[in-house]
Design a protein around this ligand. Structure first.
Ligand SMILES: Cc1cc2nc3c(=O)[nH]c(=O)nc-3n(C[C@H](O)[C@H](O)[C@H](O)COP(=O)(O)O)c2cc1C
Length: 487
């Protein structure tokens, strides 16, 4: 671990990457994918979103290959590792008909178990992604999923993470958090509270002293790269940050996953997708003037796009969709296979759904048969909120704090003061995204949670990538293709 802690990606000792393999939750960009990309000298990024649940489910599947147990053995806070194994490791693996034991639902004030498992999950993913090579590894977190973010960042830093990428919100406080965690100092972020009327802000706090972190000596402070969809947000972040921002990923609305909503609300097209216009275009001359590196994301999965980005002054590109379907990604093999076959037949379809995500951000959905993309399939699902990552903090009329999600059972949401209109069309991303990676929960009555795949608009990239006569491809082939000479 020591040598990774000493190296900084932006101190001139290693060149900046041309290709960033985009962070893809939940565990689509897992440690296998990030390690493969990083070991070819480009930037591999793991997703820290929901990784605590991924950890406990992989342990209940018997930890095939022993990778997690190897990582846990390197985790500096040994009691946390022991407790995770005691509670969740099932040596022979659970039968697939048996429900996974769940972590307790996250609480506003947190709990020692919540903090410990979140730290450990992020540590293991970064540790395994960095194992056996010298290439850089980043972590991707969503600003909006505030509750676990501090424990996630500290856990990733314990494993020597080189870069932190955060979008889906305004991560203004994070650079200073990274400075503090490098010295094992406590950090807080201000919680977004719906309907909050308190004078004093509500904060989420994390103190490494709880684990006696300082005895480990200073940690490497990772480079911080916010993901933005507008030049004005990039300028604002750079101006207001009290500590270094290393650069920006500039993401266009064709990118996979969540997208920023169109500026000014905008209208919907005939399929109900948000329409983006000129106001949503990023002015690259402003990005160049900021004087920090930037990478373009969204529809950049082709060598001519990479060259174009470089000629516009970008340091490189961030690519997600092309990597999501390569051999090393965490997507369950069956779903990968179906989408690759669809791409070969020229039959892929991606819809930008403005309602599906309880975050309120548009979310891109692949038309995968048998998945929650099919409305009638989804409507048969009994609403349940047993993972709770996307719940928002709200203040009750009596001044107490609660957590609610527009995809939870409707009665419960209304009882918490939520509006009926906000529940319409909402889907449970937490459970579906676990199903995407082959870790679906078996709910009451034996119902198995179904997947809901996301990808960028350019799923055709799969066909362009596939070598002649083959029906699968590796992360290395993606990197070689993107950096290749032919356009
Ligand atoms: C399956 C999938 C999941 C994604 N999940 C996340 C995520 O959790 N956080 C994030 O910041 N971006 C996420 N993204 C966006 C990627 O990091 C990347 O910016 C984007 O895919 C680039 O555009 P492209 O899809 O056209 O290559 C996701 C993309 C895909 C395809």
């Amino acid at each position: 671990m020591t040598d990774t802690l000493a190296r900084s990606p932006l101190d001139g000792s290693s060149p900046l990457p041309t290709i960033i393999q985009g962070g893809m939750g939940v565990a689509v960009s897992n440690w296998c994918l990030a390690r493969a990309v990083a070991s070819y000298g480009q930037l591999g990024v793991i997703s820290g979103t929901g990784i605590d649940t991924v950890l406990v489910r992989r342990l209940q599947d018997g930890d095939p290959g022993g990778h997690l147990r190897r990582a846990i053995a390197h985790f500096p806070f040994t009691d946390v590792g022991k407790e995770a194994l005691r509670r969740y490791f099932v040596p022979e693996g659970l039968p697939s008909s048996q429900p996974y034991a769940r972590l307790p639902l996250p609480k506003v004030q947190g709990s020692a178990l919540q903090r410990g498992i979140t730290m450990l999950g992020n540590f293991c993913e970064v540790f395994l992604a960095k194992e056996g090579h010298e290439g850089p590894v980043g972590i991707n977190l969503l600003t909006k999923i505030q509750l676990p973010n501090l424990a996630s960042l500290y856990g990733a830093m314990l494993a020597g993470v080189d870069y932190v990428f955060m979008g889906a919100g305004i991560p203004r406080e994070i650079p200073a958090v990274l400075d503090r965690f490098a010295n094992h100092e406590s950090a807080s972020i201000k919680a977004d509270v719906v309907g909050g009327r308190r004078d004093a802000p509500v904060t989420f706090d994390f103190d490494p002293a709880e684990f006696d972190g300082a005895r480990l000596g200073p940690l490497h402070r990772p480079a911080f790269v916010p993901i933005v969809s507008s030049h004005s947000l990039a300028s604002m972040l750079l101006k207001k940050a009290r500590s270094p921002i290393a650069g920006f990923v500039v993401e266009a609305p064709v990118a996979g996953g969540h997208n920023a909503p169109p500026r000014g609300g905008g209208s919907l097209d005939e399929r109900g997708q948000p329409v983006y216009g000129e106001r949503d275009e990023v002015d690259l001359s402003v990005m160049r003037e900021l004087g920090v590196p930037f990478w373009l994301a969204g529809g950049m999965g082709a060598p001519d796009k990479v060259r174009e980005a470089l000629s516009e002054g970008a340091t490189g590109v961030q690519v997600g969709t092309a990597f999501a379907y390569c051999d090393e990604s965490g997507l369950a093999p069956d779903f990968k296979r179906t989408v690759i076959d669809q791409a070969l037949a020229g039959e892929t379809d991606v819809l930008t759904d403005p309602r599906a995500s309880p975050t309120g951000y548009p979310f891109k959905i692949v038309s995968l048969p048998g998945s929650n993309a099919e409305e009638e399939q989804y409507l048969q699902r009994q609403r349940v909120c047993d993972l709770g990552y996307l719940r928002e903090v709200y203040e009750t009329p009596s001044g107490t704090l609660g957590l609610r999600c527009a995809s939870e059972p409707i009665d419960a949401y209304l009882a918490k003061g939520g509006e009926l209109a906000d529940t319409v069309g909402r889907k449970c991303l937490c459970n579906a995204l676990m199903a995407n990676i082959g870790l679906p929960q078996v709910q009451k009555g034996g119902d198995v949670e179904r997947p809901l795949l996301t990808s960028g608009d350019d799923l055709e990239v799969i066909r362009r990538l596939l070598p002649a006569g083959r029906d699968s491809y590796t992360a290395r082939e993606v990197v070689d293709y993107l950096l290749g000479a032919e356009g």
